[in-house]
Design a protein around this ligand. Structure first.
Ligand SMILES: *[C@@H]1O[C@H](CO)[C@@H](O)[C@H](O)[C@H]1NC(C)=O
Ligand SMILES: *[C@@H]1O[C@H](CO)[C@@H](O)[C@H](O)[C@H]1NC(C)=O
Length: 327
């Protein structure tokens, strides 16, 4: 089995060597690693070849967008019959490092690179009748772009005990930027539990407390730079509203009670003095109720104090009518 495999390999190697005669075959060399250049700068896509240049020598650079098959490539420039022809949308930015490219160097210079220049570049050398190898080199090229200013937004229930999502989104940035949320203040710190996708990052804050409120900053960073946005998170406390409401209720109740007590005392004083003056009996007093003149006099007494509103008067009246039972 191993022997069979070995002999097959040996046969293949022999066949390869017999075809690959130095000086006849076209050998194109391109960098094995992908290349990258910051946006706006000039890129040099290195390509070299070894062949004896004949009359029919031709060089062609072409480009294909990421994710598309090589067959969909379109030319950028070509050299044939001793002339260089830049073509297509990159024509005014494309040139060769050496012109004419007949001495083994076919490096492409691309100035003012755009983000849309990212893709695969094909360096193809044709030197008929030297067809033994395909004479093609592929370079994956990426235009680096700093992250664009991100947008900070928030959603969710920003009250105590609720949860909020802080979202940060930067539309550009190659390579894909990293996101980092932090809370500003006396102790600036990074925050955990972040969900990140390709163009945004979401920080989920759960079980919010009043101390969760503050300024949050999102930093977007890649190897070309960073950008940031900030937002102010305010946390409302619904129980505080209830406490305030309860306090107002208690205060109103206390006010009411003290007014009632005040009126009661005044009433008692008045009754005492009327007893002394007229020497009237309890019977006469009871027969009085609920007369208009009595009500009016009580009302006048109380209005010397704080109130003039009818509800208090009528309540005083009620209290008074119960008095004989209390005594
Ligand atoms: C170029 O990128 C494609 C995917 O876009 C990959 O399949 C291919 O192997 C890469 N080639 C080189 C030479 O890096
Ligand atoms: C929410 O926070 C409060 C105080 O900050 C804590 O007492 C409570 O246990 C927390 N609840 C949950 C579900 O984590």
């Amino acid at each position: 089995m191993v022997g069979l495999l070995g002999s097959v390999l040996f046969g293949a190697l022999l066949g390869f060597v017999s075809i690959h005669v130095p000086g006849l075959a076209v050998e194109v060399k391109v960098p094995a690693e992908p290349l990258s250049t910051p946006v706006g700068k000039t890129a040099e896509l290195t390509c070299s070849y070894s062949t004896l240049v004949g009359d029919n020598f031709a060089l062609e650079w072409s480009f294909v967008q990421p994710g598309k098959p090589i067959s969909a490539s379109h030319p950028i420039l070509y050299f044939t019959n001793g002339h260089l022809y830049p073509v297509g949308s990159m024509a005014n930015r494309a040139s060769l490092l050496q012109n004419p490219p007949t001495r083994g160097v076919a490096t492409l210079k691309l100035s003012d690179v755009h983000p849309s220049d990212t893709g695969t570049y094909l360096c193809q050398v044709n030197n008929p009748p030297d067809f033994y190898t395909n004479g093609l080199g592929l370079i994956n090229f990426t235009v680096l772009v700093p992250p664009s200013s991100p947008l900070c937004t928030q959603s969710g229930q920003t009250s105590v005990g609720g949860s909020a999502a802080l979202r940060c989104s930067s539309s550009k940035g190659v390579p894909r930027p990293a996101y980092n949320w932090e809370r500003l203040g006396s102790s600036t710190r990074s925050l955990g539990s972040m969900v990140q996708d390709e163009v945004s990052a979401q920080l989920i804050l759960t079980n919010l407390s009043l101390t969760s409120a503050g300024t949050y900053r999102c930093m977007v960073t890649n190897q070309l730079g960073s950008a940031a946005c900030e937002l102010n998170l305010s946390v409302t406390d619904p129980s505080k509203g209830r406490v305030a409401g309860a306090m107002i209720g208690v205060l109103l109740g206390m006010l009411f009670l003290s007014v009632a007590a005040f009126c009661l005392i005044r009433l008692q004083e008045r009754r005492k003095s009327s007893k002394e003056t007229y020497g009237g009996s309890d019977l006469r007093e009871d027969a009085f109720a609920p007369g208009i003149s009595q009500q009016t006099s009580v009302r006048t007494d109380c209005s010397n104090g704080l109130l003039k509103s009818a509800p208090f008067t009528s309540t005083v009246k009620t209290t008074r009518s119960k008095r004989p039972m209390v005594i």
